[in-house]
Design a protein around this ligand. Structure first.
Ligand code: KIV
Length: 272
């Protein structure tokens, strides 16, 4: 029996684990809509993360805490629609998995059922291990997220590097092992020193995907709008801008306005 359509060549969670074992680096970018997800899918990005960063990046909120389950489901569904190869992972938003395991299963289940995603991501270490185990046990693949965890920004006192002291670094390693043992297929490491990320990466057999965590992770993730230079004022040390689309868009809009004002657009070639 065919469980997937015949031409499906989607990246799977088990494929990512094999990539780590084979020393192949994993690429991950955020996507919140069909058009962007389609372009990134065609570019061969392995994993598309429908991050709760949609709240800050698209909706102009100060933190990711405002993202709701319905919003994540909406963005998950429209992003997945643009893809045919990438594994799509949707963030579980704040308070949809921390209150009880029952809530977590119901909410993650809705994400899987209503978006067609291949997995969910949640933030936390050893404290969340029973929740990760419960989700995995009902067939929901889970990606963990350690280091700076944006849903805890208020208690962490801002977007700060985590794991700088020896005890905090040890804690990251034990959290990573707990996340792996609970059955997660991968984990994001955000804003931690490169040497600590290297320790964590060596301590687990599931892939680590870093953002601001140095070169030793098994893969790298960036927020697409940031790496495209759409968010011109945002320039943290870890960010490499691969394009300056914010500047290009402004120039295009200025050119359009000038053409309209000067009666140059539409020309005969644009008229019926
Ligand atoms: O929400 C998000 O985009 C993320 C990435 C920064 C990893 O969690």
């Amino acid at each position: 029996m065919a469980y997937l359509t015949a031409n499906t060549k989607r990246v799977t969670t088990t494929e990512l684990i094999r990539m780590k074992a084979a020393g192949k680096r994993i690429t991950m970018l955020t996507a919140y809509d069909t058009l962007m997800a389609g372009i990134l899918d065609q570019a061969g990005i392995d994993v598309l993360l429908v991050g709760d960063s949609v709240s800050t990046v698209l909706a102009g909120e100060e933190t990711t805490l405002t993202a709701t389950l319905d919003q994540m489901i909406y963005h998950g569904r429209i992003a997945r629609r643009g893809t045919s190869r990438a594994l799509v992972v949707v963030d579980l938003p704040f308070l949809t998995y921390q209150v009880s395991i029952e809530d977590a299963i119901r909410n993650a289940g809705r994400v899987m059922q209503e978006t067609g995603a291949g997995g969910v991501k949640l933030e936390g270490g050893e404290n969340l291990a029973p929740t990760i185990r419960a989700l995995v046990d009902v067939g929901i693949p889970v990606m963990g997220h350690l280091g700076f965890t944006p849903q805890s920004v208020h208690s962490l006192g801002g977007a700060k590097i985590q794991g700088k002291e020896a005890s905090a670094a040890d804690r990251l390693v034990s959290d990573a092992k707990a996340v792996e043992q609970a059955g997660a297929f991968a984990m994001v490491l955000e804003l931690i020193p490169a040497a600590v990320a290297e320790r964590v990466t060596k301590a687990v057999s599931i892939p680590t995907i870093g953002i601001g965590a140095g070169i030793h992770c098994d893969g790298q993730v960036l927020v697409t709008h940031d790496m495209l230079g759409l968010n011109e004022g945002f320039a943290p040390k870890f960010l490499k801008k691969y394009a300056e689309l914010g500047k290009a868009m402004k120039e295009a809009a200025e050119q359009f306005a000038a053409d309209v004002r000067e009666g140059k657009y539409p020309g005969p070639e644009h008229s019926h």
